[in-house]
Design a protein around this ligand. Structure first.
Ligand code: NAD
Length: 503
């Protein structure tokens, strides 16, 4: 991979196996959140650029679709190995543009790679069903075939993993792919595209268009696009779902979250505090599976708040690329200021600021840092509870009984992830039965499913039917065809105008 791809001052598109520079004149800034400095400009695609990318994907589709499964699998194996070989390069790009720590970026790449490993098994995953002798001399079988050109639109918080959630299965199934990454973190996708080329992926199978709403709107309306996968905030997910389905496309649009961790009085307080701090403040709270609310039942609240406060004091906030840092900056200055504003409004709305991150942030230079905050006595109906904050702010809601805690979680409009901390297996099982959330952890705070299950929330955290990656990903990127077949013995052939029935 040449240095120019990710260190260019102007970051471009990847179309038909190569970097494509176009001159829309519209660009956006790319920041290093740890320094607060602008490090590049990213080119924003025009309608013509998007047309070019979709045309490249469309042209590549017949050849890719006809490529044997074992050959597709071989390319994915090579891509997997190339990503592993280039892991530290990718990690550095992610950390520089997103701000997350090296350890966190390594975790992101590892969880993304899982999806490529899953997709390497595509020959087994695409096996259909076969019923012999459904009628005399008649067999029926089901095939799964690709859709054509499919699109991925991804958020800033996982610049490599979320694209891998999508394109690994999409291309393994025989589709060709156009990715529109977040304009805040445009470079990781270009490295992935270059590695895919090195792995032997034919030109046009994987394309990247950089840009904003103009590019997205064009993709959603494009007659040659068959399906759209989206991950991002709920308001945009809803618009994407409504627009793309109106245009006849298959859509899965994953939205935002407000993930609750229910802590029962019998929970181990130290273990629950360790889990809460890791899940609330990792990636500075910018994970869709971050814990943002603890619902503490009964007597556990006081010792838990104390234990979390003690742990927050030890978190090392600093630049992601500094190996000593445990928590990096937020993605932009505006987002840092927006998150800080919740600390202002929370106290005005009656909550207690147990730890104020505006005071405890080590803020080297002009980076977009904010320390970890803990807000106690938060109640539903306040801004701090109702909105997705997407920063290092953990709220504590106090309740007296399991039923009250469950009602709070089930009444929340989001339903991405949740967790229960308890030593009582029966209580955990009841929670798993009762809770209206798509991904549940039992003494596990960030229950992101492994790649051979599928990822997706409920309610306002997902618009569409199928979850992302894993078996549902394969289902999303294929359509089924059922063949009824008969190879008659000419000697038994006759005219029969009756409706076909089993004989
Ligand atoms: P975002 O919704 O602002 O942007 C996501 C993508 O949509 C980007 O590529 C962006 O360029 C594009 N976009 C933004 N505004 C648009 C518009 N008006 N029209 C068309 N396209 C538009 O999200 P973000 O800030 O990049 O990411 C953070 C959000 O993503 C959080 O809400 C987080 O919870 C969510 N998220 C969800 C999951 C999940 O799996 N459910 C995973 C990661 C992030």
């Amino acid at each position: 991979m040449s240095q120019s791809i990710t260190q260019a001052l102007l970051i471009n598109h990847w179309i038909s196996g190569t970097i494509v520079e176009t001159g829309s004149g519209r660009t956006g800034p790319v920041w290093n959140p740890a320094t607060g400095q602008q490090i590049a400009e990213v080119n924003f695609a025009t309608v013509e650029d998007v047309d070019l990318a979709v045309a490249a994907a469309k042209a590549a589709y017949p050849g890719w679709r006809a490529t044997p499964l074992s050959r597709r699998s071989e390319i994915l194996f090579k891509l997997r190995n190339l990503i592993e070989t280039n892991r530290e390069r990718l990690v550095e790009i992610i950390s520089t543009e997103n701000g997350k720590t090296i350890a966190d970026a390594r975790g992101e790449v590892a969880r993304g790679l899982e999806n490529i490993e899953f997709a390497c098994g595509i020959p087994a995953l695409l096996k259909g069903g076969y019923s012999e002798q459904v009628s005399t001399g008649v067999d029926v079988y089901q095939l799964r075939q690709p859709l054509g050109v499919v699109v991925g639109i991804t958020p800033f918080n996982f610049p490599a993993m979320v694209p891998m959630w999508m394109f690994a299965n999409a291309i393994a199934c025989g589709n060709t792919f156009v990715l529109k990454p977040s304009e805040k973190v445009p470079s990781a996708s270009l490295l992935l595209a270059e590695l895919a080329r090195q792995a032997g992926l034919p030109a046009g199978v994987f394309n990247v268009v950089q840009g904003d709403k103009v590019a997205v709107d064009c993709l959603l309306a494009h007659p040659d696009v068959r399906a759209v996968s989206f991950v991002g905030s709920t308001p945009i997910a809803k618009v994407i779902y409504e627009t793309a389905t109106r245009n006849g496309k298959r859509v899965q649009a994953l939205g935002g979250a407000k993930n609750h961790m229910l802590v029962l009085p019998d929970a181990d307080v130290d273990a629950a505090a360790d889990a809460a701090v890791s899940a609330a403040y990792g990636a500075a709270g910018q994970r869709c599976m971050a814990i943002s609310v603890i619902v503490a039942v009964g007597s556990v609240a006081d010792p838990l708040v104390d234990a979390i406060r003690q742990r927050i004091a030890k978190i090392k906030v600093g630049p992601g690329l500094d190996k000593r840092s445990e928590m990096g900056p937020l993605i932009t200055r505006q987002q840092r200021d927006r998150v800080a504003s919740f600390l202002e409004s929370a106290t005005a709305e009656g909550a207690t600021l147990a730890v104020d991150g505006r005071k405890n942030a080590a803020t080297p230079g002009d980076g977009f840092f904010l320390g970890a905050s803990l807000v106690d006595n938060v109640t539903p109906g306040t801004r701090c509870y109702d909105e997705e904050i997407f920063g290092p702010v953990l709220s504590i809601v106090r309740t007296q009984a399991y039923a009250d805690a469950l009602a709070i979680i089930n009444d929340n409009p989001y339903g991405n992830g949740t967790a229960i901390f308890t030593q009582n297996g029966g209580a955990a099982r009841q929670f798993q039965f009762d809770v209206e959330v798509g991904m549940v952890g039992i003494n596990v705070p960030i229950p992101v499913p492994v790649s051979y299950y599928s990822f997706g929330g409920w309610k306002s955290s997902l618009f569409g039917d199928l979850h992302m990656y894993g078996p549902e990903g394969v289902q999303f990127y294929t359509r089924s065809k059922v063949v009824t077949s008969r190879w008659p013995d000419p000697g038994t052939s006759k005219v029969d105008l009756g409706f076909p029935q089993v004989r």
